[in-house]
Write a protein that binds this ligand. Structure first.
Ligand code: TTP
Ligand code: MG
Length: 362
């Protein structure tokens, strides 16, 4: 049940196993690549684990038998899976996502749901966060992902799949009927091949005819699944994510177009980013040991600098001065600045001060 309005994000890596293979061997880029058993040409056995979008154009899909896949795309290049690399890469990406400290549900090797309500006040904030996540994952892993943002987990998931690869799709509660209009029924998680074929026989291929049906009418078509579908269209399926990982870092950044010499403007942006980052530190009763700054120049060269303290601190002046020292040297660059970022990492919960007897007696 939906208790209150939440902003849920679903991050899903694009053609994950295949993307890792392309990263390893860039000559495969642009080719129809299937990750699966390379012996399949001879043995005709095995299934497609995943494939590149070029192979998908021939109708090849995850889970399809290799026999059928090679029939559809005889020139496909078959690459054996590198399981260890997939799980290590996935682990690093999930650790990065957990670093936001928001409720997170890792749903499979390449997808996670996050409840970003407390770090994104508006849907536009969520969009900026999605940009940052895409950029960070690409910077760290050279992999792309698609992100769906919506009021429930299911809608976020459908949205992340809507504009692959590299998509960011936001579906606000008020966009719901429009979003479902024209959407193939097969995009609904849980509607598999059998149901879609049955629906097709009834002349239903998109959600259009289903959105405004009553629960009773849906029951005639879907039986026990009707209630779920009725609530899905209205944004009323679950929006709850229970797990929460401890926050590993806090950061805020801003992209803008700065010209050489605009030092006072840069300082203003630095101050406001510092405020936002420091505010989270205090609100969440944390202390930091490491201040990190990031600067992107107009030529897109990006640098990060950090400084660590001997002990965790929440001393505003100390943290501000370090931030300022790390950043200000770059304000005189003859290149303009495109982005400034400020972060705190190596976070620790602030020690609760023990009440002394004197405190008690006062
Ligand atoms: P998906 O996210 O379903 O697929 P994908 O990442 O390859 O492609 P997309 O861009 O559409 O998200 O699955 C993630 C990985 O899980 C996928 O790369 C391979 C693996 N997988 C299997 O091993 N068997 C399967 O049947 C499916 C669906 C996926
Ligand atoms: Mg994926």
């Amino acid at each position: 049940m939906v208790v209150e309005n939440r902003i849920i994000m679903h991050v899903d890596l694009d053609m994950f196993f295949a993307a890792v293979e392309l990263r390893k061997n860039p000559t495969l880029r642009g080719e129809p690549v299937i990750v699966g058993n390379p012996e399949a040409r001879k043995t005709k056995k095995g299934v497609v684990l995943t494939c590149t979008y070029e192979a998908r154009q021939f109708g090849v899909k995850s889970g399809m038998s290799m026999f059928e896949a090679l029939h559809k795309c005889p020139n496909a290049i078959i690459v054996p899976p590198s399981r260890k690399e997939y799980s290590e890469t996935s682990w690093r990406i999930m650790e990065y996502l957990k670093g936001y400290g928001v409720p997170i549900k890792i749903a499979s090797i390449d997808e996670a749901y996050m409840d970003v309500t407390e770090i994104a006040e508006t849907w536009e904030d969520a969009r900026e966060l999605a940009w940052k996540i895409q950029e960070d994952i690409f910077e760290r892993e050279k992999l792309t992902c698609s992100i769906g943002i919506g009021p429930t987990l299911k809608i976020a998931k459908i949205a992340s799949d809507y504009d692959k690869p590299k998509g960011i799709v936001i579906v606000k509660p008020e966009d719901l009927p429009d979003f479902f209009r024209g959407l193939p029924v097969s995009s609904i998680p849980g509607i598999g091949n059998v149901t879609s074929t049955r629906l097709k026989d009834m002349g239903i291929e998109t959600c259009d005819q289903l959105i405004f049906l009553s629960l009773l009418e849906l029951k005639e078509i879907f039986g026990s699944m009707a209630d779920h579908i009725f609530r899905l269209f209205r944004g009323e399926t679950t929006n709850k994510i229970k797990e929460r990982a401890p926050r590993k870092s806090i950061s805020h950044e801003r992209t803008f177009h700065g010209q050489p010499g605009e030092k006072s403007r840069y300082k203003k942006i630095m101050d406001s980013l510092f405020e936002r980052t420091y505010e989270v530190l205090i609100r969440e009763k944390l202390e930091t040991r490491t201040v990190i700054v990031k600067v992107r120049f107009s030529n897109y060269k990006t640098i990060t600098r950090s400084r660590s303290l001997p002990f965790p601190s929440h001393d505003r002046e100390k943290l501000y001065n370090i931030t300022k020292e790390l950043l200000e040297t770059h304000f005189s660059s003859i290149l303009g600045i495109r982005l400034i970022g400020i972060g705190f990492s190596n976070l620790k919960k602030k020690e609760q001060k023990q009440l002394s007897l004197v405190d008690f007696l006062q």
